[in-house]
Design a protein around this ligand. Structure first.
Ligand code: SF4
Length: 234
């Protein structure tokens, strides 16, 4: 039998739905950047059920694990052919980068890692956000030291639109209780100790007690672990 939602989690879900509805009302052109992570499948569900007029896209970097692409197909099917537009890196920029630096250059220096993230994620994100007034993300405060001070709505100076974070106060347990309660499709790598999933060569499983972001860019220090999609301007 499915475990029922606690009063506290039902209230958090209702608050997140209100944030989504308010975002649509205030900004009209609103899009959800769907990474298909655990938080984002929660948002996929909330948006599909309560604010289906919010658009959705995802970035296929060309280095995603097979499990993420399988999940994309599964989600599309589960929510009546849900329209998640897929954006790819610019082919000529990527070809030049690989030709010059090699296919796995991101392991060699932080600079090369950031250039790879820029070509495969940041530039396609900027294309995806064109024409929109606000974008939705699944960021949570407790995910990382770089996300503690975030607000549910902020002006994203770098991209020139508002950024809405409806799950900011959710805990990891809240996310998983909600997924299980609603039987939402999720990335099967989560069952193999991958709490945070990005590109295959830059993501690994973590051990018990490690920080949830410890499996991302594990060769770099904590403060530099952002790909450029969610940098905070201070
Ligand atoms: Fe490149 Fe790794 Fe960034 Fe993916 S996460 S874009 S493979 S550096």
């Amino acid at each position: 039998m499915t475990k029922s939602l606690s009063k506290e989690l039902s209230a958090k879900a209702a608050a997140s739905i209100d944030i989504l509805k308010q975002a649509k009302k205030d900004h009209q052109q609103v899009i959800f950047a769907n990474s298909l992570g655990a938080e984002d499948v929660v948002l996929t569900h909330l948006i599909a059920r309560h604010t289906p007029d919010i658009d959705q896209f995802m970035l296929d970097t060309g280095r995603l694990p097979e499990e993420t692409l399988t999940l994309l197909a599964e989600i599309r099917k589960s929510y009546d052919n849900l329209d998640i537009q897929v954006f790819y890196p610019d082919a000529s920029q990527l070809e030049s980068y690989v030709r010059l630096n090699g296919i796995n250059a991101f392991y060699e220096s932080q600079e090369l890692r950031k250039s790879c993230c820029h070509i495969r994620k940041v530039e396609p994100l900027q294309r995806a956000l064109k024409g929109y007034k606000a974008w939705i993300t699944g960021l949570r405060r407790s995910q990382s030291v770089t996300r503690v001070d975030m607000e549910s709505e902020t002006w994203d100076e770098g991209n020139g639109l508002f950024k809405i974070n409806p799950l900011l106060d959710w805990s990891e347990t809240d996310v998983w209780d909600f997924i299980r309660h609603h039987n939402i499709p999720y990335n099967k790598l989560h069952d193999q100790h991958y709490p945070s999933i990005g590109c295959a060569p830059c993501t690994r499983a973590i051990s018990a007690g490690e920080d949830v972001r410890a499996g991302r860019w594990w060769w770099e220090n904590e403060e530099s672990k952002e790909c450029g999609l969610h940098l905070i301007k201070k």
